[in-house]
Each structure stands twice: as C-alpha cells, then as structure tokens.
Design a protein around this ligand. Structure first.
Ligand code: OAD
Length: 239
C-alpha cells in the first residue's frame, strides 16, 4: 500500500542518519560491497586495542579517511537537511557519521554520536585536527599520540550526546532514520527507542534493514533522491 506523506504536518522532527547519507558523495559505507570494514578490518584500525598495538598505523588509516572525505563534497541530501534546518530550526539531527559533511553545508548543533574525524584528543584534551594532509602524530605540547576523537568499537558512546539524542526522540512527533543499517549499538538502540514511542517513524534506505518492518512508513530510495523532495514540497509516496 502506498500513500502520500507530508513532512510539513509535523512540528518536531528528529533525523537519525548513517553512512548511507554520505554514500552519494562518494564516501563508502561501512558494511556491504565496497564497505570500509571489508578493506580495513575494524579490529586493526578502529578500536583502542589496535591503537595501543599500532598507534601510527591507526593514525595513518584515519589520515587516509580524512583525505578521502576532504575530496568529497556534500550531496543533495546534506543540502536538503541544511535547508530544512533553516526553515525548521527546532529540528534535531543525530548522526553516526564522523565525516563532517553536514557541518560543511552549514548545519549547526548536529549531535555527532560517534565523534568526528576532524577532532583529535591527547592528554591536553580535545581539539580540531590540523588538516586532512597533516602527518602530525603526537601533540607538540604533551607528546601524547593524537588519538582520533571517534567512538571506536568497544568504546563507550559519549553519555551527554546519547542523552541529548534520546531526549530529542522523546519529544519528537516525527523520527526519520536515513542511511543506516541499524546494526551498531548503542546507536541502534535509539531506533528501538523511537519505535517504542508515539511519534511517526519513517525509514529511508534503498535496502531493507532489520528494523524496516517496524517503521510506520518506509521510503525505498537513495537519500540524495528522496530528501530534497521530502523537505521541499512535503508530500511523497511511501509504502
Ligand atoms: P552501514 O555501512 O552499516 O550501513 C549503511 C546503510 O546505508 C545501509 O543500510 C545501506 O543500505 C544504506 N545506504 C547505502 N547507500 C545509501 C543511499 N544512497 N541513501 C540511503 N541509504 C543508503 O553504516 P551505519 O549504519 O552508519 O561507526 O554504521 C553505523 C556505524 O558502524 C558507523 O557509525 C561506524 C560503523 O562501525 C564508527 O565508525 C564508530
């Protein structure tokens, strides 16, 4: 069954985004064909144990990722979200992405659940990474390794960010999940939370996910094709 769905009839929207949002920019997703973890097993590049074993190698992997992302531009989906935020500033955007592409379109206050490729931390604290090409590995002040400020596997998610996301979901009337497999916890528990709430729940993804059948509506399509229409005119066909 398909029917029209008009986003403009909702007052408090939460967008929950994953790697599929950036796929049309040329940033690979994590899983599936061409996924990052099939070329670079996360056990070797994206966990604290790997960093302790081989900090220089892990830093080099993240430099490659920064360079790859820097060569990509935000796509139609990022721009549609940025325009929607201008029109509807009460909207909350929660992303699992670390690429910073939403910020590059001017989106502010994005809840980056998994941190950012563009931040590093050391004994001095957290700060912006110098730039995509920087070979710098250690802090010039404390001498510590510059650890990417990303929530790696087995790391705890930042409590304040997680609670801010959960609070936004608790208060929303429309929850839109776009471009995530929903396989990584605790981030995916926010989807479960939305599915337990009274809001309307919509999933946008070209492929079904383990949660698909529980959403109120599903739009099978690519983020860059669906979001501009969804936010511009309101009514789109959903199933
Ligand atoms: P995944 O790689 O697990 O899933 C990407 C999802 O995007 C899949 O469901 C695809 O079907 C969908 N997709 C692909 N192209 C799309 C497009 N053009 N438009 C919309 N959807 C599309 O990525 P995430 O779910 O984001 O963590 O992964 C969650 C976390 O796992 C990531 O934040 C990352 C990873 O380990 C860290 O790096 C800390």
């Amino acid at each position: 069954m398909t029917d029209a769905f008009d986003v403009t009839t909702y007052q408090r929207v939460v967008l929950f985004t994953g790697a599929g949002l950036s796929a049309e920019s040329g940033v690979p997703t994590y899983r599936g064909a061409g996924g990052i973890w099939s070329s670079y097993p996360w056990q070797e590049v994206a966990c604290e144990a790997a960093f302790e074993r081989d900090p220089a190698g892990v830093i080099a992997f993240h430099r490659l990722r920064r360079q790859a992302v820097a060569a990509c531009a935000p796509n139609a989906a990022h721009h549609a979200i940025a325009r929607f935020l201008v029109e509807r500033p009460e909207t909350v955007v929660v992303t699992q992405n670390t690429d910073g592409l939403l910020e590059r379109t001017g989106c502010r206050d994005v809840i980056e659940l998994h941190g950012s490729l563009w931040l590093v931390r050391c004994a001095c604290g957290e700060r912006p990474h110098p730039d995509a090409d920087s070979q710098q590995q250690r802090c010039e002040v404390c001498g510590d390794w510059l650890r990417p400020a990303i929530t790696w596997f087995d790391d705890a998610v930042d409590v304040a960010r997680f609670e801010a996301a959960a609070a936004a979901i608790a208060g929303c009337d429309l929850f839109i999940s776009v471009g995530t497999s929903g396989l990584v916890y605790p981030a995916a528990s926010l989807i479960e939370y939305a599915l337990s709430e009274a809001c309307t729940r919509v999933e946008i993804n070209p492929e079904p996910t383990t949660f698909s059948e529980h959403f109120d509506r599903r739009i099978s399509g690519r983020a860059g094709e669906v979001l501009p229409g969804l936010f511009a005119s309101g009514a789109v066909r959903t199933s």
